[in-house]
Design a protein around this ligand. Structure first.
Ligand code: NAG
Ligand code: NAG
Ligand code: NAG
Length: 482
């Protein structure tokens, strides 16, 4: 595709760009700013009634009447992407990752002045998940219909189509969705354990019930809530229930959950090296958690093998970005960076993993000549595929003309990580090209975790500014379970 560009651009771009491996690893990008912007992206995606301290001036209350099949209040939560469907599977996964980043790099969030916002971002989701779980074996996994929604381009505040709610239940189970919801709530309960024990207990109870639902009534949510099939892939649920079991073990310290996790790990043959880490494939994440929790060589080797493969053998773009998928290229790279950054704790050569994570995140922030985070750094995306931010200030109307407009989005969608370049580092800042410029909840989640991790690694030796990360100690486990 580069071939079709005028040669002057090629000359220029060669001058600006330089191969990533010639850049010093310590080239400074402002990770604190990136962290604060990413949190603003989540704030811009909020559905439901907004609190008085809403920081997004062009956003207001929306979808206030989202209700379940029995009239349950389902307002709140996050819009998935440019559209206004509230899609449980990626919302829960994104929440698990956000909570994980907050747990692993809490002091970095505090150091950057973002801890309060981090907690609020997670709670905006968990409050909604609690509403989605009106009884033990029922969970609402989607509000809004994809095809109806996709006919609309405009502001969430102006939505007026009907927004049906879809759920899984005993007779229509979805172990992957219930499992991920359990993981998200268990991980989040650890986040809130120190700020509000009551709230942590409430969401942990929901997590345990959802895990019971996921494991007792087996099935794939896609068979029950088919609307997402066109847009989101789905495969087995083995990784979700294993992942949920480990998160529940971390949150409760009940040994039965660890035993279940290890049993599923074998039963679902999860020891093979994965290629990726994203909403439909959590194996690398659960291998890492098992390694950190048990310190057993089997799991240590599995995750080190994954990171070695990713860093040294995975496909890359010419400028060094890990290339796993054309959809969400940058998020796939950020997600594996998030896993391997945390795996750096396991081995003495872990500094390679930190350097790798930095290299990938620096690409997102600008090392290849442009920023891929809206509102950050030089030459950032001006036309993200995002309908709300493509609208002018009210009361001007908004519609498909704004979609087709060649002008930048009138509202800056601060912090959104766009889908990213293709395998040749080629990228187009075009609203209509969602392959390059889509933004979603899950594209930002791993990215935000790595950025916080890099703040931690850059400051951990300076004990005045940041406390050393406390790696969980499990020496007391035997006593606890004796
Ligand atoms: C929704 O809004 C559109 C545009 O403002 C309008 O044309 C349409 O009639 C409305 N539909 C309903 C069901 O109110
Ligand atoms: C803690 O959480 C509970 C349950 O959501 C809530 O009622 C209470 O107000 C919270 N406490 C604080 C100090 O935020
Ligand atoms: C990963 O790579 C390192 C460094 O090359 C090597 O020492 C280690 O044995 C490898 N580990 C695994 C599990 O492949």
């Amino acid at each position: 595709m580069l071939k079709s560009l005028p040669s002057i651009f090629l000359v220029l771009s060669f001058k600006i760009y330089s191969p990533i491996n010639t850049l010093p690893f310590n080239e400074k990008y402002d990770y604190k700013e990136a962290l604060s912007l990413s949190l603003l992206f989540y704030e811009a995606q909020r559905s439901g009634p907004l609190p008085p301290d809403n920081r997004i001036p062009w956003r207001g209350d929306s979808a206030l009447h989202d209700t379940g099949q029995n009239g349950e209040d389902l307002s709140g939560g996050y819009y998935d992407a440019s559209d206004f469907v509230k899609f449980g599977f990626t919302m829960t996964f994104s929440t698990t990752l956000l909570a994980w980043g907050l747990l692993s790099y809490k002091d970095a969030y505090k150091y950057a002045g973002q801890y309060k916002y981090g907690l609020e971002a997670v709670k905006w989701a968990t409050d909604y998940f609690v509403k989605c779980h009106p009884s033990a074996y029922e969970f609402y996994g989607q509000v809004g219909d994809f095809s109806t929604d996709h006919r609309f381009w405009g502001r969430p505040e102006d939505l007026n189509m009907s927004r049906p709610a879809y759920k899984i239940d005993k007779d229509h189970p979805g172990s992957d969705l219930a499992g991920e919801a359990a993981a998200a709530l268990a991980a989040s309960s650890l986040v809130f354990r120190e700020t509000n024990k009551t709230y942590a207990d409430i969401i942990l109870k929901h997590a345990e019930e959802l895990f019971d639902f996921a494991t007792t009534y087996r099935g794939l949510y896609n068979d029950v809530i088919p609307g997402a099939k066109k847009f989101y892939e789905v495969s087995g649920y083995g990784d979700e229930i294993t992942w949920a079991a480990i998160w529940l073990y971390k949150a409760t310290r009940k040994l039965k959950y660890l035993e279940q996790a290890e049993q599923y790990y074998t039963e679902f043959r999860l020891k093979e090296r994965p290629n990726e880490f994203f909403y439909n494939k959590k194996v690398a994440g659960l291998q890492l958690l098992l390694a950190l929790e048990t310190k057993r060589p089997e799991y240590n080797n599995a995750i080190l093998n994954f990171c070695n493969f990713t860093i040294y053998d995975q496909k890359r773009t010419p400028k060094g970005l890990i290339y796993i998928d054309k959809f969400g290229t940058l998020s796939h790279a950020a997600n594996v960076a998030f896993v391997c950054l945390q795996a750096s704790e396991i081995e003495e050569y872990g500094s390679n993993f930190v350097n790798f994570a930095r290299e990938q995140i620096d690409y997102v922030l600008g090392s290849a000549g442009r920023s891929f985070v809206v509102g950050y750094g030089k030459n950032y995306p001006r036309k993200p595929h995002h309908s709300a931010s493509s609208c002018p200030d009210r009361p001007l109307p908004c519609g498909w003309d704004n979609y087709h407009s060649k002008d930048p989005n009138p509202q800056i969608l601060y912090g959104a990580v766009v889908s990213g370049p293709d395998e040749n580092d080629y990228y187009e800042d075009s609203r209509e090209e969602f392959l390059y410029n889509e933004v979603t909840l899950d594209y930002n989640a791993g990215f935000q975790g790595v950025v916080a991790g890099l703040i931690y690694f850059d400051n951990k030796d300076n004990s005045n500014t940041i406390e050393k990360k406390t790696s969980p100690s499990h020496d007391d486990l035997k006593l606890l379970n004796a």
